[in-house]
Design a protein around this ligand. Structure first.
Ligand code: ZN
Length: 616
């Protein structure tokens, strides 16, 4: 927390700390009891407020809806609590210390809120800890209480918050410099599987909860190499040191899940059981590579967004949306480096990396929304669009993660081929100027630093690809490092691209829809400009027959495989409870699956550039 921007003044050092108590009181009702005590409440009545969103996840979530009961007392005397807004409480004035006590419902398996049952407790602080208004800069103390009940007897606490007085299982008193630091240290409580490793001379911990039989020592070994690649990127030389004394990967293992949330010295991850590596296999499976990429992504955030922050987040206003057009830089550049640093660490090889890159390019190809929304706009509207996707999302929005990562790639290749700078240099400069100082990055800050370091005019680049919707000239840019971009049709509906696919695959048709199959075959997305949209199909339609036969996913695939472009297919469809008939003329499937080949005949300078790009 040496570089925490919320540095406190001498005055706040002597002001009494805000004290919190967290108790797992009723696991079967999924209720935590959380108490916030202020020693010197405001004379007019102390106001307490809960954040509406959590840093790292740009949606107003209104966490206060999970506050089931709220009461207050001053010493032994109950005090009146008045609710004055959806997330704000005012406690009647009193002379001595005042405590607000809330019973909070916690049954969210995501990394953004809180969870409690008899097997596990998890708290992301923004969803649980109220601020004492006007005292946000004060130091905070958190007492994590061990339950007296039997259910938690083998629980340990995993958090990187600074311990003050804790027992051997981690229960007890912790301290944070201010509220911002308090809520940036998620707390996991369970019977944990723990392993540790060193990277940059610094202790890293992995704490896993959930049933699994993964090989955690292999995970530690691989993450050690990956973390060192991050540390060296920002440090500018091998065997650098990170800007923290300790780091924790909290991993919740479920049957099928995927997600992560970054924090300054830890990350909370949720993954599926198959994402963990097994002991038997030495190769990196598709599933395991996904987990390594996720962990790498969140670790990169320890620099890019947790310390190098947009000016709009310095400080955060957690009561409402915080607008910035820069999420593409904080999420997109991070998405570019997450897999690239797994490659640079040597844990995966170039072929494996190019498969991932090919899949990313394929995903963007299938996204008509990339032609109507820029990544700057997508960043700004994340609160109402990216985080609130509906059936029309593929046609209306672009992901600032996905396209942002490819714009970062393009910028890197442009710098590498037209200047002496690289995107690595840009990241180091951002770290020196903004990360280490705590000053927020202005809205045009990335462009300004890139222009300064490369001495290239980049306004046209940023206008076209960041603020505009021009198609990305990836083929030409990748040729500069001796990579050939190739295109083909999808061979199945689940085809993600990334590889050449079956060479003898016949021409395939498409409808321009995605479907889900439950008791019936339902249209999920209808792609703009595709045959189904032209014919009038809509999301939610239940397809009951295809050319007079009962509709199934298998029949649909067979029709697309066997029939020829321009042939019409008759669909019987229920929209709500009304029967409709559509004749859909088939079209040849677009060439929207991509893969990359290493061009061994590329010019020498392109091959040299490619080697430098891989080596970092
Ligand atoms: Zn991210």
């Amino acid at each position: 927390m040496s570089v925490s921007p919320g540095s406190h003044t001498a005055a706040s050092e002597i002001a009494p700390a805000i004290r919190y108590v967290l108790a797992a009181t009723d696991p079967h009702a999924h209720l935590f009891e959380v108490t916030c005590t202020v020693a010197d409440p405001d004379p007019g009545g102390q106001v307490f407020r809960l954040p509406a969103w959590t840093p790292g996840s740009y949606l107003v979530r209104e966490f206060a809806r999970h506050f089931v009961t709220v009461r207050a007392h001053g010493g032994d005397t109950p005090l009146q609590v008045e609710k004055i807004a959806k997330d704000t409480w005012r406690v009647a004035a009193c002379d001595g210390p005042v405590s607000l006590v809330a019973a909070v419902y916690a049954f969210d398996l995501s990394v953004r809120a809180a969870y409690l049952d008899a097997s596990r407790g998890f708290v992301n602080g923004a969803s649980m800890f109220v601020t004492a208004s006007g005292k946000e800069e004060r130091p905070c103390e958190l007492d994590i209480r061990a339950s007296a009940d039997g259910f938690a007897k083998d629980w340990q606490v995993a958090t990187t918050m600074t311990p003050v007085d804790t027992n051997d299982r981690g229960f007890g008193l912790y301290r944070a410099a201010d509220y911002d630091e308090l809520i940036d240290h998620p707390v996991e409580m369970a019977a944990l599987d723990c392993v540790t490793f060193e990277a940059g001379g610094t202790r890293h911990e992995i704490a896993v909860t959930g049933r699994h039989d993964g090989d955690l020592s292999r995970l530690a070994r691989d993450l050690g190499r990956i973390c060192q690649a991050h540390i060296d990127l920002f440090g500018g030389q091998p065997a650098s040191r990170p800007p923290f004394q300790r780091y924790l990967f909290q991993i919740l293992v479920l049957g099928d899940a995927y997600g992560g949330l970054e924090h300054r010295t830890s990350t909370s991850l949720v993954c599926k059981r198959d994402n963990l590596p097994d002991e038997a296999s030495g190769s990196v499976s598709d599933d395991y590579r996904t987990l390594l990429g996720l962990a790498s992504h969140e670790y990169f955030h320890a620099w890019n967004v947790k310390r190098i922050k947009p000016a709009a987040f310095t400080p955060y206003d957690l009561s409402r949306e915080n607008y910035t057009r820069q999420l593409w830089a904080f999420e997109g550049i991070t998405s570019y480096y997450d897999d690239l640093l797994v490659l640079r660490s040597g844990v995966i090889d170039i072929e494996s990396y190019l498969e991932l890159l090919g899949r990313s390019i394929s995903a963007l190809q299938r996204n008509p929304g990339a032609a109507v929304q820029s990544i700057a706009e997508s960043s700004f509207d994340a609160w109402i669009k990216y985080y609130r996707q509906d059936e029309n999302a593929p046609n209306a929005i672009v992901s600032y993660y996905l396209k942002g990562s490819l714009v970062a790639l393009m910028l890197d290749l442009k710098l590498r081929s037209e200047s002496t700078a690289t995107l690595d240099d840009i990241m180091r400069a951002l770290w020196e100027r903004y990360g280490k100082t705590g000053v927020g990055v202005p809205e045009d800050g990335v462009q300004a630093i890139a222009e300064e370091l490369s001495q290239l005019p980049l306004d046209d680049f940023f206008q076209r690809y960041v603020h505009g919707t021009d198609p990305l000239p990836l083929e030409a840019m990748l040729a500069r490092i001796g990579l050939r971009l190739r295109y083909r049709q999808a061979q199945t509906d689940n085809d993600k691209g990334g590889s050449a696919g079956k060479t003898s695959s016949p021409e395939r048709c498409w409808f321009g829809v995605t479907t889900t199959e439950g008791s019936d075959l339902k249209v999920r997305h209808v792609y703009a400009g595709g045959p189904a949209m032209k014919a009038g199909l809509a999301s939610g339609d239940s397809v009951i027959a295809i050319d007079g036969l009962r509709a199934t996913s298998a029949l649909l695939q067979s029709v697309l495989q066997k029939r020829k472009p321009r042939e019409a297919v008759r669909l019987h469809v229920f929209r709500r409870d009304e029967l409709h008939v559509f004749d859909v003329p088939l079209e040849s499937a677009p060439l929207d699956r991509c893969w990359l080949e290493i061009d061994e005949d590329a010019a020498a300078e392109a091959r040299v550039r490619r080697d430098a790009w891989v080596a970092g």
